[in-house]
Design a protein around this ligand. Structure first.
Ligand code: UDP
Length: 248
């Protein structure tokens, strides 16, 4: 599979369909692993944290979530097909899982959110089996592992604890979980439960989902400042590598 290096993070150059095919294939052959969907904020976090970066790069699939990653790829001359957001990936994966009546466990978000998401998702994807839910505010990760395993396990677990908690959890506990595939999906359960609305299609078409999110959740302002910083870093990296090429 082709990859693109964005500031040390190795993204897979796949379309949404290819990403879901790859996930389904791993489920069929029972190959354990985890999937991550980094946005610019997460790549930014990896810059000062090589351990976190190694967790991201250790994933079976690293999907570019966010227009900022695509802009950075263009600036750095790296090939990515386009955005594959966590929500779109999860949605198509559940559609395919429902056709085969596969099991999904929902882990994360505030108490009650995963249950509401489960109700909505079961209506949207008849055939999908939600084997269980657990909120993301556990004291000890073992509690979460026990919840998944006590529910009889699942082919897929959506791990929605925010970064870097979800990536640490997936890397550390994958072997102990009775599940094939773990997907780190940030705030997706809030969207599936309807507590947070996704941007209208026109915003995502224009690559302005971040603007909608800022309007809805203005307290994200400080976190979002990382987006322009991230693009400036990409430009700087490009300029330096050009200079290096020129001098060698
Ligand atoms: N969360 C959680 N456990 C924690 C911290 C956060 O389950 O200890 C949940 C939080 O309730 C939210 C999600 O993780 O549902 C993180 O959402 P955020 O929007 O910050 O993530 P993003 O999509 O931006 O990565």
């Amino acid at each position: 599979m082709k990859t693109a290096d964005i500031m040390g993070v190795r993204f897979h150059a796949v379309t949404l369909n290819e990403a879901v095919d790859c996930a389904m294939n791993r489920i069929h052959i029972k190959k354990k692993g985890y999937i991550v969907t980094p946005n610019p904020e997460i790549v930014y976090l990896t810059l000062d944290d090589p351990f976190f970066r190694s967790l991201i790069n250790g994933a079976a699939l690293v999907l570019p979530d966010g227009i900022g990653i695509i802009y950075a790829a263009r600036i750095l001359g790296q090939a990515l097909y386009g955005r594959v957001t966590g929500i779109d990936f999860a949605d198509l994966l559940m559609h395919r899982m429902a056709q085969e009546q596969l099991r999904l466990f929902l882990l994360g978000a505030k108490p009650g959110v995963a249950e509401q998401a489960a109700e909505n998702l079961q209506k949207k994807h008849p055939g999908l089996i939600i084997s269980g839910c657990r909120d993301g505010y556990f004291k000890d990760a073992q509690e979460a592992v026990n919840a998944v395993n006590a529910a009889g396990g699942a082919e897929v677990v959506f791990v929605c604890l925010g970064a870097p908690k979800q990536e640490q959890f997936m890397a550390e506990w994958a072997d102990k979980l009775d599940a094939t595939l773990l997907c780190g999906l940030g705030g997706s359960l809030d969207v599936f439960a309807g507590t947070v609305k996704r941007a209208p299609a026109v915003f995502s078409k224009l690559g302005l989902e971040w603007l909608y999110r800022l309007y809805k959740e203005p307290w994200r302002f400080r976190r979002m400042l990382k987006l322009p910083l991230f693009l400036l870093l990409a430009i700087r990296q490009r300029v330096f590598s050009k200079r290096k090429e020129g001098s060698s």
